[in-house]
Ligand binder design. Structure first.
Ligand code: ADP
Ligand code: MG
Length: 704
């Protein structure tokens, strides 16, 4: 499968204006292109002559040879030459121009359902016609419908290269694109941007050679290698594209890495106390990532680290350890979470763990009253070491930090690029804070290498010990009674359960209605149980109260919308029912399911679905049913959906790929990653030239 559907044909990050610095004049603008053509080229992402060089053919037609009619394979595009026998307009079964032609080997009928009157006149018996079309053999012998043709007189040399077929747009004919590409090839600088040694080492062809070849391959080329893009010329282009992406992201990484940040050497006195007080020992994976973070924080340059770990792998304690290192050095840390429920839970956990150490933890959220908010703001300005935990409210203008040294964003994929960056911008102007992003949407390594190339990545790859695997069951909605019996059994035994409402995407109001209705119905079904309800529209205080009662075991069955999707941690809850699971995405189901299986008791997640299932829904449910590992689920999700959708690539700020394929071109990606590092170090001039070729003047601004 090629996850290319999500990658647009045009690079999305171009500015509308032409690049300001025109180094080689003719290559840097579309001067000389007719005014009505330029906007059409713009639609294809072509704004300067050099862009045409990278406007590569989709496929090719072979006009380099003539095939005798009798040996032309059926259904394949072939070029033949024949002489006209006769031509007439027929009216049955419908009006059409019918031309009979023959060569030495066979006769052929041409049919034109759409034609101009003068076409009939062109086909003078005895004249030679050269045509390109698919020949089919049926009841009436060999036929070609709407072949492309021209009448030839005298010597008519054959093409000496294959004819490229380009991506194009309405009103822009192939011959026009071909002519423009030809001009671009003649006038643009095609010098190599890869160091010679690298080229030799990778055994890739030169740039000029590769693009000339792809725009005009010789007739004897293996067409298949060209069309499935495995030919070395394609490898060169794909490598260049991946290299451009890596250069772009790595250079912005290096730029940020040079800025100043408060050095926070690991003193460890608070961390040691924390670890001693925890009811569990850290896993080796947790120790490893904490060590990586400690080393980063000790440097006088900003950390830019992504912490990945599956749902339940224990990222929170890592965040706490990082925050403590700021406190140990008399600085402040901020922790932002995407939902109020999750933020509150973090607040409670941080407070419970850190209050005994005398560390101040502060709460900032939208639902907070005016007075506590004002008090919190004032406290922040006092420049005391503390940890502020909250929601988006943390990044509001009115919130100011005087000594922010570390910005932690949990479930970072739930925030936009801007929001993620905004928290860091709360630091005093003289320095940049360290950044720690956390995500429970594990993505395959190749995707991480590509999309997170501007970050250092730490992975928690093992779960805390003692977890019993979650059993997942798929149950059709008509068997609801059985599900109800299970819930009753579980809750009567002192266990707790979640009941997740169907997802209604069209409107919040409907979603709310559904949640309330589900809650009522469930309460009637289980008169003997305390049933709670939590949804996104509850006032924060109410939400917090319901969650607290659930956590305390006061509520045994919690009806919830997907607000509980991320982060919620109630280890005693061992059963989850998800209604209309077929409407939910893979990542969402995996996250929801991760709310159970957090303690030692065996847990069950029941996915209820309505029949009939669409093929995609069936495929998705099968994956969650069969797979417990978040990385594996993400890999399969990638296969189903493509990388763009998986990561919300459109807003990720990462340059998209037109030619390379993250599935097929892993080896190239790895090489590009290393090459980018080396070029930025040793050949900055070539690196700049390479970026300019691929991204024009935008290269510098692709990623802040
Ligand atoms: P996530 O990575 O999904 O954010 P959490 O940090 O919420 O995971 O941790 C999930 C649960 O596992 C919490 O109850 C947490 O206290 C517990 N936990 C974390 N680390 C360990 C460990 N090393 N051993 C046992 N339990 C742990
Ligand atoms: Mg978490």
């Amino acid at each position: 499968m090629r996850p290319k559907a999500a990658s647009p044909v045009t690079p999305p990050h171009r500015a509308a204006a032409p690049p300001a610095a025109a180094s080689s004049a003719p290559a840097e603008s579309l001067a000389g292109v007719p005014a009505d053509i330029a906007p059409k080229l713009a639609k294809l992402g072509i704004r300067v002559w050099a862009d045409l060089i990278l406007h590569l053919p989709l496929r090719y037609e072979d006009e380099t040879r003539l095939v005798p009619l009798a040996s032309a394979p059926s259904g394949e595009l072939v070029q033949v030459e024949a002489s006209v026998l006769d031509a007439e307009v027929q009216y049955r079964p419908r009006r059409q121009l019918v031309v009979r032609v023959e060569d030495a080997s066979e006769e052929l009928t041409l049919r034109f359902l759409h034609f101009y009157p003068n076409q009939l006149k062109q086909f003078v018996p005895g004249s030679r016609v050269r045509l390109l079309g698919e020949i089919r053999r049926g009841m009436f012998g060999a036929e070609a419908i709407h072949p492309r043709y021209r009448i030839v007189r005298g010597a008519a040399p054959l093409a000496d290269t294959l004819t490229p077929v380009y991506p194009t747009t309405a009103g822009l004919a192939q011959p026009t694109v071909r002519a423009l590409v030809g001009r671009a090839l003649a006038q643009c600088e095609l010098g190599d941007t890869l160091p010679q040694a690298l080229l030799a080492e990778l055994k890739l062809p030169g740039f000029a050679e590769a693009v000339r070849f792809l725009h005009a391959p010789p007739p004897d080329v293996a067409l298949e290698a060209l069309e499935n893009r495995s030919h070395p010329a394609w490898a060169r282009i794909k490598f260049d594209e991946l290299l451009a992406q890596q250069l772009c992201m790595r250079s912005s990484y290096r730029r940020r890495r040079r800025r100043a940040a408060p050095a926070l050497p690991a003193r460890g006195h608070l961390l040691r106390k924390l670890l001693d007080s925890l009811p569990f020992a850290l896993t080796p994976a947790q120790h490893r990532v904490i060590a990586q973070i400690r080393a980063d924080l000790a440097r006088a340059h900003p950390m830019q680290r992504l912490l990945q770990g599956d749902v339940g792998s224990g990222k929170t304690v890592v965040a706490v350890a990082a925050a403590l290192q700021a406190i140990e050095n008399d600085w402040q840390a901020a922790v932002m979470a995407p939902t109020e429920i999750l933020a509150e839970q973090h607040y409670l956990k941080f407070s419970a763990w850190l209050a005994p150490l005398g560390v101040e933890v502060m709460w900032i959220a939208g639902g907070q009253g005016k007075r506590p908010r004002a008090a919190a703001r004032k406290r922040l300005l006092e420049a005391r070491p503390l940890i502020a935990v909250g929601t988006h409210a943390l990044i509001q203008e009115t919130v100011e930090f005087t000594r922010l040294a570390l910005a932690i964003v949990d479930e970072q994929h739930r925030f936009g690029v801007r929001e993620r960056l905004a928290l860091g911008e709360k630091a005093p102007a003289s320095s940049e804070p360290h950044r720690l992003m956390m995500s429970a949407t594990p993505i395959p390594r190749t995707l991480a290498m590509s999309f997170y190339a501007d970050l250092d990545v730490s992975v928690i790859d093992t779960m805390p010990p003692g977890r019993t695997p979650i059993t997942t069951k798929l149950v059709a909605a008509r068997r609801r009674e059985e599900v109800i019996a299970r819930v009753r059994d579980a809750c009567m035994d002192g266990g707790q359960a979640y009941w997740v409402c169907p997802l209604i995407e069209e409107s919040d109001a409907l979603q709310l209605q559904t949640a309330i209705a589900t809650h009522e119905a469930i309460q009637q079904t289980f008169p003997e149980l305390t049933v709670g309800l939590v949804h996104g529209r509850l006032a924060p205080a109410e939400k917090a109260e319901v969650m607290a009662r659930f956590k305390d075991g006061d509520i045994s069955l919690l009806v919830a919308t997907t607000v509980i999707e991320v982060g919620v941690d109630v280890p005693n809850a061992t059963l989850m029912v998800i209604e209309n699971a077929e409407r939910m995405g893979l990542a969402q189901l995996h996250q929801l399911r991760g709310r159970v299986g957090r303690g030692r008791a065996a847990s069950i997640c029941i996915l209820m679905y309505e029949t009939p299932l669409s093929q995609l829904a069936r495929a998705r449910l099968k994956i969650v049913y069969e797979t417990a590992d978040g990385f594996e689920i993400a890999r399969k999700d990638l296969e189903l959906r493509g990388p763009g959708e998986l990561l919300g690539a459109r807003q990720s700020g990462v340059p998209m790929l037109r030619f390379a394929d993250l599935d097929a071109d892993i080896a190239l990606l790895e090489k590009a990653r290393l090459a980018a590092e080396r070029m930025l170090e040793l050949e900055p001039g070539l690196a700049r030239a390479h970026l300019a070729r691929w991204f024009g003047a935008q290269a510098e601004f692709l990623k802040a």
